[in-house]
Design a protein around this ligand. Structure first.
Ligand code: 5AD
Length: 359
């Protein structure tokens, strides 16, 4: 019997077990199959789509890894109008996606906070309250989180990026605070959101043990939804060359990300896990492979294609000219041919959040 079979039989996995599972690429097939069984048992095999609206690349922050960081002057800044956001939300509604995600560069000035509040109210009104709304708009005050919640958003994604404070500090300017980010995650829960977080996988200096601790971090913080993806350098950022020749390690980076999804599923069981676009950047079938490793959420981009070039968080971000309708059909076909189905017209909330409420 191989070591992995013995590990997977244990009731409690210790950090050494987790590291073994994350590290050993020879075991990937068995690991993914086991994670898939856990996914089928705890969250089912329906995949939920969230129409992703990238509403602006104007950002007040300067994260060293991100292509839309404030200091990057090699891109045109854009901001979708209210009508454009509404149009994308209504498109998602009519395509039966059930939910949208509003994501954008981080701003917390009054006009932005008001704008988001108004757009939330309008999306809700235009879709008869039927579409679910997730926000991914960074660190805000409790008051802002509450206003947006009351205006109709009910899920919020705020990646911790790395739960190792030293790594966090290395990839962000000194003015950023790990403690504040952590506090924001707590505020989101307090306000009542289903709370999502996640990390980048394969960051410079990040060890397998760090990734294992990231997974424990999700558990300790009672996280409902997880969005993780491989770190992919962007040429116009301070971290452009930190991993050397990225082409040489891209495949390993991709596979480590898949194994991280699988181990997260095995440990956390009933949470929602997104199969991120960054997986698709490294493998054209990356998102589908993410589903086979334990993820159950996909966020197809529904932003007008003319804005996609301006939202390159990392090099090679896919979907520059991917049309919404064809991407819906392609995804649906590959999901169905893998024996899964799409949960159309449903919010597809995190079972973990519901299970907590029912306890
Ligand atoms: N590689 C991978 N993911 C990235 N993100 C930002 N820049 C990169 C990059 N270079 C991710 C961050 C952020 C999310 C919106 O995009 O994790 O939270």
């Amino acid at each position: 019997m191989s070591n992995i079979t013995e590990i997977l039989k244990k009731n409690t996995l210790e950090i050494d077990d987790i590291c073994y599972l994350l590290e050993n690429s020879d075991n990937s097939k068995e690991l993914f199959e086991y994670a898939y069984q856990i996914k089928s048992k705890y969250v089912g095999t329906q995949v939920y789509f969230r129409g992703l609206i990238e509403l602006s690349n104007i950002c007040s922050r300067d994260c060293y890894y991100c292509g839309i960081r404030k200091s990057n002057q090699n891109l045109d800044r854009f901001k979708l109008s209210k009508d454009e956001i509404l149009e994308a939300a209504i498109w998602s509604y009519k395509a039966n996606y059930g939910s949208v995600v509003l994501q954008g560069g981080e701003r917390s000035d009054k006009s932005f906070v008001d704008f988001i509040e108004e757009i939330l109210q309008e999306i809700k009104a235009e879709t008869k309250g039927e579409i679910g709304i997730t926000l991914s708009l960074g660190e805000q005050t409790e008051d802002t989180y509450r206003r947006w919640f009351e205006a109709g958003a009910h899920r919020y994604l705020l990646r911790i990026e790395s739960s190792n404070k030293d790594i966090y500090n290395r990839i962000h300017p000194k003015t950023d605070s790990f403690e504040n980010r952590l506090n924001c995650i707590k505020l989101l829960r307090k306000v009542g959101y289903q709370t999502g977080t996640g990390v980048m996988i394969g960051l410079p200096g990040q060890t397998i043990e760090d990734i294992a601790k990231d997974i424990f971090f999700y558990k300790e913080n009672d996280i409902d939804m997880i969005g993780m993806g491989p770190f992919i350098p962007h040429h116009d950022t301070p971290m452009a060359n930190d991993l050397g020749d990225f082409d040489k390690i891209a495949k390993d980076q991709f596979e480590l990300a898949l194994r991280t999804i699988a181990v997260t599923r095995i440990l956390l069981k009933d949470v929602n896990i997104a199969s991120s676009t960054a997986l698709q950047a490294l493998d054209s079938k990356g998102r589908e492979k993410g589903l086979m490793a334990g993820a159950n959420i996909i966020m197809p981009n529904v932003t007008d294609t003319k804005y996609r070039r301006g939202y390159q968080l990392y090099d090679g971000k896919p979907g520059l000219d991917e049309n919404c309708i064809s991407s819906r059909n392609t995804l649906e076909n590959s999901i169905e041919s893998a024996g899964e189905s799409v949960g159309y017209n449903q919010w597809g909330d995190s079972p973990h959040f519901k299970n907590k409420r029912n306890q």
